[in-house]
Design a protein around this ligand. Structure first.
Ligand SMILES: [Zn+2]
Length: 478
């Protein structure tokens, strides 16, 4: 018997690597790494929660993440796409190349302590109401976990993209223009939410455009015949745009503010400005609508004796979500499961719900979907759309907040800054790690994903940035 066992073991050792029993990904190196590093990532996400830096000003937050990746053997390129807080961290070599998107900018006015009622840390200051303290940390843990597995002698590359200013600054649109995402085989995205899901909703493509008119100042009563009102031009322009609403597709959205309407009623305004958001189902439709809007603005200027200039401040394509990659993401979400709260965390979240006037229903943390969340009509836009035009991308949501609260609210800032947020971020890390392993170990999967991508984009797709040649608006929040 002893001889038999020895012979059996010797045979096992002599087997080629491919013929050995396939390793169980759930028990592999990266999963053990995530399991044993809770404290480290809990502290990391809480530091970023505390910094709460606005878009393009996330110096401390992006440095935390970049330093952590560098300390774990990643090659970090800081300041990509002419943005000081944008970076790319790379580990491994060869194909496939798995990309992970991280964000870390806060929202103005969302300051909130980690208490169960509305309680700003600093009144009026920024806060992580969109959960980007977790959005950066989860994929960072995933990237390190993947690197531990690659370091065992596997072939492939993982890239973490530190993407600034998602909230209105469009960091990824400039990174896309600079070619940062080129060469990736797949891109894994996620966002904090009130539910666990893998979504297929594409959202809308959009541009933000400033239309500025210049006229001639004069006393509004003493010599109005000498004046040419820039505000008249804005009003004529807005009137034409409001007529245009009847002649656009139903999903199109047109909204504006008058950001400058003059200084005083008794002076004919020589400068006025309207800021527009134009949103359509596709980026190409947005460009066509922009052309019509520019004609209306030129007409308004002509009719009022003023001049007009416009600037596209930000532009995002719709999200092109890859169905095949989403299926793999969903399979791994189901393997990992929901966010399991302990008694203390349950009591805290129940209290947050009570203070929001809602029932203490915590089922959204553990609930796991059976299927992909079907595409729905949604009016929102994101700079992730730009990345998805270039690389097959899938989007996950993990529960980081109490039921139905969503994001951009004090509840997200409060819950996301506790261990509940850390647990959610590490679930993301596990799901992304397992998905990366599927990409690395399933021959043919990348090909299937790209076949789907090509069936939509074609083989000679050329990326046209919607905001043209503009430089990153590093001071946009001022
Ligand atoms: Zn967000």
């Amino acid at each position: 018997m002893k001889t038999f066992v020895c012979l059996f073991l010797a045979a096992l050792v002599c087997l080629p690597a491919g013929a050995r029993k396939k390793e169980n990904p759930m028990k592999s190196t990266g999963m053990r790494y995530i399991e044993t590093h809770f404290q480290e990532y809990d502290a990391l996400q809480k530091r970023i929660h505390g910094y709460a830096e606005l878009g393009y000003l996330e110096y401390k937050s992006s440095k935390e993440l970049a330093d952590h990746l560098a300390a774990n053997g990643f090659q970090v390129e800081m300041g990509v796409a002419e943005i000081p807080t944008a970076f790319v961290a790379t580990f491994g070599s060869g194909s496939p190349v798995v990309g992970l998107l991280g964000e870390f900018d806060a929202l103005p006015g969302m300051s909130q302590d980690t208490c169960a009622y509305k309680c700003p840390r600093v009144a009026g200051a920024p806060g992580h109401g969109c959960g980007h303290n977790l959005l950066g940390t989860g994929p960072c843990a995933a990237a390190v976990a993947i690197s531990k597995w690659l370091a065992e002698g596997h072939t492939g590359t993982v890239k973490y993209f530190g993407c600034p200013a998602e909230e209105g600054g469009g960091g990824k649109s400039y990174m896309a223009k600079a070619g940062c995402f080129n060469g990736c085989d797949v891109m894994l995205d996620w966002h904090p939410a009130s539910e666990n899901s893998v979504m297929l909703t594409p959202g809308l493509a959009n541009v933000r455009v400033n239309f500025t008119f210049h006229g001639k100042a004069a006393h509004a009563s003493g010599a109005p015949w000498n004046g040419r009102s820039a505000l008249d031009a804005v009003e004529a322009f807005n009137y034409m745009m409001n007529l245009m609403r009847e002649h656009v597709r139903p999903e199109t959205r047109i909204h504006y503010i008058i950001s400058n309407g003059g200084k005083a009623p008794n002076t004919v305004p020589d400068e006025a400005q309207a800021v527009y958001y134009l949103r359509c189902a596709k980026g190409s439709e947005v460009l066509a609508l922009l052309e019509r809007a520019v004609k209306a603005a030129e007409g308004a200027a002509m009719g009022t004796g003023t001049t007009m200039r416009y600037e596209v401040v930000n532009g995002n394509y719709e999200r092109l979500l890859n169905h095949r990659l989403s299926e793999v993401y969903l399979k791994n979400l189901r393997l990992v499961g929901g966010v399991i709260l302990d008694a203390r965390e349950k009591a805290f979240c129940a209290e947050v719900l009570r203070n929001s006037g809602k029932e203490a229903d915590l089922s959204n943390f553990e609930r796991i979907p059976d299927a992909l969340a079907p595409a729905q009509a949604s009016g929102t836009s994101s700079d992730v759309g730009n990345v998805s035009q270039l690389v097959p991308l899938a989007k996950l949501t993990v529960t980081t907040n109490v039921k139905d609260a969503g994001v951009h609210c004090w509840q997200q800032t409060a819950v996301g800054g506790t261990t509940v947020g850390t647990k959610a971020a590490l679930n993301v890390a596990r799901i992304q790690y397992l998905t990366a392993l599927d990409i690395f170990t399933s021959p043919g999967l990348v090909k299937e994903i790209w076949q789907e991508y090509y069936s939509v984009q074609g083989h000679d797709f050329r990326y046209v940035p919607l905001m043209g040649d503009r430089k990153p608006p590093l001071d946009y929040s001022k």
